[in-house]
Each structure stands twice: as structure tokens, then as C-alpha cells.
Design a protein. Structure first.
Length: 231
């Protein structure tokens, strides 16, 4: 009873400060799946600085690209002022292909629905100081773009914190496996990945690794501030 009285007193004394809403795992998942992700009005006109680091260890090749990424209200992405340093093979065979096909990764993310996946709440875990519900995703069909992995949702807001997975079907006969890790940020009510990791095993050139960092031009996110390692 004393706990309830203290909580009520705080609300009366500081009416502008309310305790964060907390969901059950099922409620958080329902809220996430009900949120439209194809169009985000808050994303209109936002710009991010982008850094892309890629490498092909077996060939001893690496390179980096820096520039700006702009997101329209309809989700259209435009890159400009791009500057590249490193081996030309990385620029043409890895980074350029990623930029050309980035829309496909958005389609895969938008396809995370109950029609396409079975969701199992596995645990509640810490994510960089936040409480996260962790769901195991199992695809209901084995086709291109579908993956096995995990979805991490903020227990207080139901917003996505992390999505990672391994493709169940190779997108090419030259690729053995394909893994991605997406970590999200909320900038002006716009949910955008601030980090994307890609790990690809090819049949000819060996492994290819890529890390993409997005920093909001309004509130830069320091790479070193993120504590969680990749999967």
C-alpha cells in the first residue's frame, strides 16, 4: 500500500512525469505488428550521415564509403556526396551492389508478419540498458527473402530494437549463406536502423563482411556508445 501511495504522490506533485507504459510480451508483439512500416510520416526530410565499411578477408580487400542518406516520406532513399577509399573491388562488387539493392532489405523487414512467420517469446533480456522481449522467428515458407532469427522489442514502447536472421534460401548460386543484423534508432518518430551488419559466405571469394552506420545529422550517435556486440 505504501508503494502505491508514494507512486500516487509523485504523479500529483509532478503531473508532467508519468511512469513509462509497460507491455506484456504478447501486447508488445501485437502493437509492433499493427504498426505500418511501409510509410513513416516522421521520416520525411530526414538526413543521416552514413559510413559503410566492407572487406573480403580471403582476398585481402577492404574499403570504406562516407556520405549522406536522405529518406523521403514514402521511404525512398537517396544517397549523395559519397566518397570512397580502398580497393576498387570492394566498391563495385560489395558496396555498390548493396546501395543498388537496399530496397530489397526494406521489403524483407516489412514482410515480418504473422502470415509469414511464427513468433515464439523466448526470453526477456537487457539491450543496452533497456528491457527487451526476445522473439524467435520461424518462417512459414522457404523462399527468397525469408529468414530464421530473432526480433527484439522494447518492453516499454514495443518499438523494434534489433532484428537479425539467416536467410533460409540463398539469393544466388554463388552464395552459401547470408546473415544480417539490424539495430534501430528512433529519430523524430522515424524508425531507422543505426547499424546494419551483413555477413556473406560466397563459394568463390570466401567471406564478405559489411557494417553500415547511420548517424542522425540532428543528434549524432557515437559508434562507441553502443555496448552490445553483433550476433
Amino acid at each position: 500500500m505504501s508503494h502505491i501511495l508514494k507512486k500516487t504522490a509523485l504523479i500529483l506533485l509532478f503531473p508532467g512525469v508519468c511512469p513509462a507504459q509497460s507491455f506484456t510480451a504478447s501486447e508488445a508483439l501485437d502493437r509492433y505488428l499493427a504498426r505500418p512500416r511501409d510509410q513513416q510520416p516522421g521520416c520525411s526530410g530526414l538526413a543521416f550521415t552514413v559510413q559503410i565499411d566492407a572487406s573480403m578477408p580471403k582476398l585481402g580487400k577492404q574499403g570504406s564509403m562516407h556520405g549522406l542518406k536522405e529518406v523521403s516520406q514514402t521511404g525512398r532513399v537517396v544517397y549523395r556526396d559519397l566518397r570512397f577509399t580502398g580497393d576498387n573491388l570492394i566498391k563495385t562488387a560489395v558496396i555498390a551492389r548493396f546501395l543498388a539493392h537496399e530496397a530489397e532489405s526494406h521489403e524483407a523487414t516489412a514482410g515480418v508478419t504473422r502470415e509469414n512467420y511464427a513468433f515464439v517469446h523466448e526470453k526477456t533480456s537487457d539491450y543496452n540498458g533497456l528491457t527487451a522481449f526476445v522473439f524467435r522467428l520461424k518462417p512459414k515458407r522457404k523462399q527468397a527473402g525469408f529468414f530464421r532469427g530473432e526480433l527484439w522489442l522494447d518492453a516499454n514502447t514495443a518499438e523494434p530494437l534489433r532484428l537479425w536472421g539467416d536467410f533460409v534460401k540463398s539469393p544466388s548460386i554463388f552464395i552459401r549463406s547470408f546473415r544480417f543484423v539490424l539495430d534501430y534508432q528512433n529519430v523524430s518518430q522515424c524508425l531507422e536502423p543505426f547499424r546494419l551488419l551483413l555477413s556473406v559466405q560466397t563459394r568463390i571469394a570466401g567471406d564478405a563482411e559489411m557494417a553500415v552506420w547511420l548517424h542522425s545529422t540532428d543528434s549524432p550517435l557515437a559508434e562507441g556508445s553502443f555496448e552490445n556486440s553483433s550476433q
